[in-house]
Write a protein that binds this ligand. Structure first.
Ligand code: ADP
Ligand code: ZN
Length: 436
């Protein structure tokens, strides 16, 4: 397999010099952080007044976790560590669940971020020859601009189309012979269900690679999309608090995502106790950013559940690999007393042949008991008028779900195009139980 690097020295650095680099950067970040209202107090309480108080990497453990609530309570500038005139960009979360969170970047911070994204893009085997259609929404959401500048730095031709308008997306893909896209898994699934309408088949496209992120998806979904389009799908992970995309990305081996440890200190903790867990164990991902002057954040609780691989990757990169996001500490559903992550349901549904490209998860009460209903679209070729095939499919989905999550769901079969469409992050769970 051909392996390309953007910055070979850093990407293949030995673990010991990598740790030294982390320590140096961590000290520097602490020096920056004490300039902010928030961290001056928080670090002060932990007996840390500057970078010199950090002697070993383990001293990071003295610093308390930072949460989304900390960021909200200090909105908008409580964590700003530079003079306002040094800031050249801000990004913000959607704020649909309360006060938005905001991040700031200096020109140097933008450069660092862009460099990390460039690394990711090169790791997937993309080159200057690629035509890159960025279907993530631009604007305050980091997915658009983040990948945009990284791809330009590598020298790809960037089509900054943003999300939505499926017909136009497909036309542009054909007109400009798009070879790589950045998109949510939900939207790439949806586009496939519309191709027929535009008299297009995947063979009419020139697509080779897709970078998929912003929402959880299973290995089954990856395989399904690879088969439907005949492409390679690479997982991409990031969150706005840590800049956005570019935190972790898959290389050509597609065996989970290298997390750039010269830019982030990674911890996996037990979400209930906060205790650090060894590599290989599943827990909550906690991140410390090491390269952002404008806004240092230490030990950020991402609420994402994952684990780190122990074994090295054949590509030669020494930065550890992060598993797929297995769920979020805040999206676990309790259905009739059983704990279920939506990602478990997705994995089952997307692994059943004949299931189409869209589904929904509904929860309500029936005779005062929790009821789980799964709605799935199927391909139009399944609507032959023969109900026995559809009934058999329903039965298969039910049985597989029951075996995986131990709950007996209701399954509804829907025509293609009848369930809600998501052009960005999908919201597939509708929980009506509280309101009943
Ligand atoms: P918001 O927090 O408002 O949704 P972000 O864009 O910062 O905005 O979202 C980051 C979150 O998106 C991550 O914490 C994670 O839950 C999810 N996410 C991003 N990339 C992936 C991915 N590849 N797999 C699973 N989840 C992802
Ligand atoms: Zn690798």
């Amino acid at each position: 397999m051909q392996v390309n690097y953007w910055n070979k020295a850093v990407e293949t650095i030995d673990r010991e010099p990598l740790r030294e680099l982390q320590l140096k950067q961590l000290r520097h970040m602490v020096d920056q952080a004490v300039k902010t209202h928030f961290y001056q107090r928080r670090l002060g309480k932990a007996g840390i007044t500057g970078g010199n108080d950090i002697r070993l990497l383990d001293d990071l453990q003295k610093i308390p976790f930072t949460t989304k609530d900390d960021l909200r309570q200090n909105f908008p500038k409580g964590l700003l560590a530079v003079e306002p005139e040094q800031v050249v960009r801000m990004h913000s979360s959607s704020g649909t669940t309360g006060i938005p969170t905001v991040i700031y970047l200096t020109q140097e911070d933008l450069d660092q971020w862009t460099d990390l994204v460039a690394r990711c893009i090169v790791a997937t085997g993309c080159t200057k020859q690629d035509v890159f259609q960025n279907m993530m929404s631009y604007g305050l959401f980091t997915g658009g601009l983040g990948l945009h500048y990284g791809a330009e730095r590598v020298g790809l031709m960037v089509i900054p189309i943003g999300g939505g308008n499926t017909q136009r997306q497909v036309q542009v893909m054909k007109d400009f012979r798009t070879t790589a896209v950045h998109i949510t898994p939900s939207y790439l699934l949806h586009i496939h269900s519309r191709l027929e309408e535009f008299k297009t088949t995947p063979k009419d496209l020139f697509l080779r690679k897709a970078f998929l992120g912003a929402e959880p998806y299973s290995e089954n979904t990856r395989c399904k999309l690879q088969d439907l389009y005949g492409i390679d799908v690479y997982n991409s992970y990031g969150l706005s608090e840590m800049n956005g995309p570019g935190v972790a990305f898959e290389c050509v081996y597609k065996q989970d995502m290298h997390i750039w440890e010269d830019a982030y200190i990674v911890e996996i903790i037990d979400p209930a106790t906060g205790t650090p867990l060894p590599d290989g164990e599943k827990g909550e991902l906690v991140l410390t950013i090491l390269r952002r002057q404008a806004m240092p954040i230490f030990r950020y609780r991402t609420r994402d559940l994952a684990f780190l691989h122990k074994d090295p990757c054949p590509c030669g990169r020494t930065h550890r690999r992060l598993s797929r996001i297995l769920g979020r500490t805040d999206d676990m559903l309790i259905i009739g007393g059983v704990n279920v992550f939506p990602s478990q349901i997705e994995e089952v549904i997307m692994g059943v042949p004949d299931v189409g490209t869209n589904y929904m998860i509904l929860l309500d009460k029936h005779n005062s008991l929790d009821r789980l209903t799964i709605q799935v679209e199927i391909y139009s070729k399944m609507f032959t008028g023969d109900m026995s095939e559809i009934d058999a499919l329903k039965h298969r989905i039910k049985e597989r779900l029951k075996a995986s999550i131990t709950i007996n769901p209701h399954v509804e079969i829907h025509e293609p195009g009848s369930l809600p469409v998501f052009e960005g992050k999908a919201k597939r769970v509708i929980d009506k139980r509280e309101k009943l």
